[in-house]
Each structure stands twice: as C-alpha cells, then as structure tokens.
Design a protein around this ligand. Structure first.
Ligand code: NAP
Length: 248
C-alpha cells in the first residue's frame, strides 16, 4: 500500500498509458485518483466506476491541457474533493507524422500546446500546494523520439525533447522544496497512438528493439509508480528510458 493517503492526478488517463498508470496507482494503494481526460468521456467514466468499485476515491475530470482555464478548474475540483495533489503524472499527449516542410503553423502549435504547454499549466496549478507541504512528485512522459529525434516527426520530437528540459530545470528549482521531478521516456508502446502506424513499420520498430518486442502500457505505469514512490526518494531530474533497449 505504497500510496495510501496520497492523491494522484494523471492527465490523459482515459486511455493507453495514462489509464494503465491509474490502474497501477490503485493497485499500489493510492487513496484518491483524478482521471484527467479531454474527449474520451465515456472511457474516463468507465475507469472511474471501475476504480470506485475497487474502493478507490476516483474522480474523472475533463480538461483540455491546452487551456489554462480548464486546467485550473480541474485542479480546483480535485482539491475541493481530495485536498492537495501529492503526485502529478503529465501524460496527456498527441503524436503526428509529416515531412518537416508540410508541418503547418497550426500543426506545430497544437503539438507544442498539448505536449509541453500543458505540462507548464498543470505544474503551475499543482506546485503551490506541493511547495507549501514540502512534499510532491511529478513524472512527465517524454519519448525515445525526444531523446534521439524521429524523421517525419520533428514537431513531436521537439515537444518531447522540451519535456526533458522542463523536467531537469524544474527538478533543480524544486529540489530544496522536496518536490521531485522526473521523466519517463517510453519506447514503442502498444496503444491507440501506435495503432495508426503501418503494421510493417511496427514490425521494423520491433526488430530494432534489442529485447525484440514492443512495450505495453503497464511497463510504463510500473516505472511511473516507482519514480513517484518513496523507493525513489533520492531520484530527481532523471530520464528513465523504458524502451526495451531501443535507446542505450
Ligand atoms: P493515447 O492512447 O493516444 O492516449 C492519449 C491520451 O492523451 C488520451 O487519454 C487523451 O485524452 C489525452 N489527450 C490528448 N490530447 C489531450 C488534450 N488536449 N487534453 C487532455 N488530454 C489529452 O496515447 P498513449 O500512447 O497512451 O500516450 C500517452 C503519452 O505517452 C503521450 O504523451 C505520448 O506522447 C507518450 N508516448 C507514447 C508512446 C507510444 O508508443 N504509445 C511512446 C512514447 C511516448 P482523450 O482521449 O480523453 O482526449
């Protein structure tokens, strides 16, 4: 029961990696779990019901992470229900494939607003309580492509590299307040995000992965929970690659 008494807020928890994180935090005893979602209301409410049945105080809250007012409202509702958020998992994200010369300004802004500005907005809301309580853990989800760059994904790669920069700088600033900030950089994980990738390319990615397999959301969820737990209480500012050896 590692997370007994803790309130965890996960963005993008309606599907994929975020959903798996919510289930794993519940399995490891988190008392209160906020399921952040944007479009997938039905899936978020289903997860909320499932967690409540398992005895967790779960609350699904809609917030487009690009919107300062929606993010603020999500935090106000979460704090009203559960008090301070102790653990923030910045997972919500989008991907996109295009030649660099075909990336429009709108595509660029949508990518940056979702994948990096969203983290700025959620951290701003979570931090006053974490700093005053001198207790907090933040995990930001980056990507292997933020570490090594991907052809035809320049905007995605740039946004995910920014996540690493945000993590390291914020960890330095918040260390004296006992707030830890870390990053998980997943490899190729089987979620809806991967489902749009050509099966042949998926096969190639599998072959390029030293462990010769693709990852599952639970592989990421377990790493996120580890970084948020007391077992990691001397770990901050780090990028944990969970990628089957894709980036070594
Ligand atoms: P996914 O299955 O497509 O789920 C994406 C999640 O993000 C959904 O819950 C979605 O919520 C939420 N989201 C998207 N835009 C949002 C917005 N504007 N506001 C709030 N929530 C928003 O993707 P996934 O594979 O689980 O990816 C999760 C994270 O892992 C992302 O940051 C992704 O970049 C990263 N990642 C994934 C892989 C991979 O291979 N799958 C690899 C490396 C990194 P709604 O559906 O409710 O809108």
């Amino acid at each position: 029961m590692k997370f007994k008494g803790k309130t965890v807020l996960i963005t993008g928890a309606s599907r994929g990696i975020g959903r798996s994180c919510a289930l794993e935090f519940a399995r490891q005893g988190a008392s209160n779990i906020v399921i952040g979602y944007n479009k997938s209301e039905e899936q978020a409410l289903e997860l909320e019901a499932m967690l409540r049945e398992a005895g967790v105080n779960a609350l699904a809250l809609k917030a487009d992470v690009r919107s300062a007012s929606e993010v603020k409202l999500m935090f106000r509702k979460a704090q009203a229900a559960f008090g301070p958020v102790h653990i923030l998992v910045n997972n919500a994200g989008i991907s996109g494939f295009a030649l660099f010369t075909d990336i429009t300004e709108e595509m660029w802004d949508e990518m940056m607003d979702t994948n990096i500005k969203g983290m700025y907005l959620t951290c701003k809301e979570a931090l006053p309580d974490m700093i005053s309580e001198k207790d907090g853990a933040i995990v930001n989800i980056s990507s292997i492509w933020g570490q090594v760059g991907a052809s035809c994904e320049v905007h995605y790669s740039a946004s995910k590299a920014a996540v690493i920069g945000l993590t390291k700088a914020l960890a330095k600033e918040l260390g004296p307040s006992n707030v830890r900030v870390n990053c998980v950089a997943p490899g190729v994980i089987q979620t809806d995000m991967l489902a749009v990738v050509d099966p042949e390319i998926q096969e190639e990615l599998k072959e390029e992965t030293p462990l010769m397999k693709l990852g599952n959301p639970i592989d990421i969820a377990k790493s996120v929970c580890f970084l948020c737990s007391d077992e990691a209480n001397f770990i901050t500012g780090q990028v944990l690659g969970v990628n089957g050896g894709f980036v070594i």
